[in-house]
Design a protein around this ligand. Sequence first.
Ligand code: PLP
Length: 438
Amino acid sequence: MKDTPIDPQVVRRRREESGLPDLGGASIRELVRLVNLIEKDSGQRFVRMEMGVPGLAPPEVGTLAEIQALRSGVASKYPMIEGIEPLKNEISRFVKLFLNQDVDPRGCLPTVGSMQGALVAFLVANRTRADRRGTLFIDPGFPVQKQQLKLLGQDFDSFDVYDYRGLKLRDKLESMIVEGKISSLLYSNPNNPAWICFTENELQTIGELANKYDVVVIEDLAYFGMDFRNDYSKPGQPPYQPTVANYTDNYIFLISSSKAFSYAGQRVGSLVVSDKLFERRFPDLKRYYKTDGFGYSVIYGALYPLSAGVTHSAQFGMAAMLKAANDGEFNFVDTVRIYGDRAKRMKDLFTANGFNIVYDHDEELPLADGFYFTFSYPGMTGSQLLESLIYYGISAISLAITGSSRLEGLRACVSQVSDDQIDDLAFRLERFRADHKF
Ligand SMILES: Cc1ncc(COP(=O)(O)O)c(C=O)c1O
């Protein structure tokens, strides 16, 4: 065994004790646990890139609003299931000012994170027609959403968009929609894990096919405004965050506060149902819900039995942050731009040491630098790379668990890497390269 930056004996022992057959198949939380143990035993700090958690402080405006709400006694009162009025209004304003879409506050609903938003969307959208199956994922994607469908006993299908960008998307997507008889379509944009961003053409294709086959598009905007190649930060001014809503009325937005607002701990996000979809009636919904109304079923059929609403004070916090953003007093995009700068530096280090960026283009445009990037090393599978990098104090996750067909790839999250670790990362990557000639 070579003399690696992390004591190889510690790594080997903890690796064996973990009982994980293959790190390439390990979940994010399993990797977090393993790395925590190795860090503790070795006394050495990893360059931790496995988990997508915000690396910034929460905005003061949110924290203060929550404190004030708690002091005023909201903790003893059940919040309305459909959300407190100020928050519904601010979500609706946010959708107008940053996406340029009109949605009535009625369909702007707080959720316990976007995680619950996705669950609710599946629970209703995938029950609209008895003769259809579940969700089609445009992958790579966020693994827990598939776990949610398994939990619900609903079907899903997926394909890796890597080989189907641009004009190739239409035929592929259409074939999957027809074959799969799907009810809903889900993708994140910007994408976790690949950080690809769909072009206007691609969004138009998705929207047109959603219209043609009457499919609900669940647009997951967990990384809202974070394609830093464009400035989406000015309320009411173009350019706006790109969206499928410019091409179809059949949409649900999932707007998380976790990353764009560094508010992951409060577990508050929003689910936005388009006005048309909110109003629609699907007789088959009555198999599960009291009415055939889509919007009504979302609120009283799904949100109610799941959690009867969202923590009262967290709703005030989110309302205050959105209000500040809507009023132009808080530039939430500028706050997180640091992730893009860091990603650029880190990607440069990886490529200078023989690594490749796996997902590297949006059609002809070079990929944006943001919260995640994907990488590989010549001659190694993702699993082998992950197993080896642990000895060099670098952790990531395998693309294999994200529905990607690029089994050589790993996903890096930049949020937890601090400036004072960049030199260490450079040193470790150089060592890795020296030990792994290709
Ligand atoms: C694509 C995507 N969707 C949803 C979520 C979950 O967001 P929340 O923390 O709001 O539940 C994440 C979190 O990592 C994500 O990456």
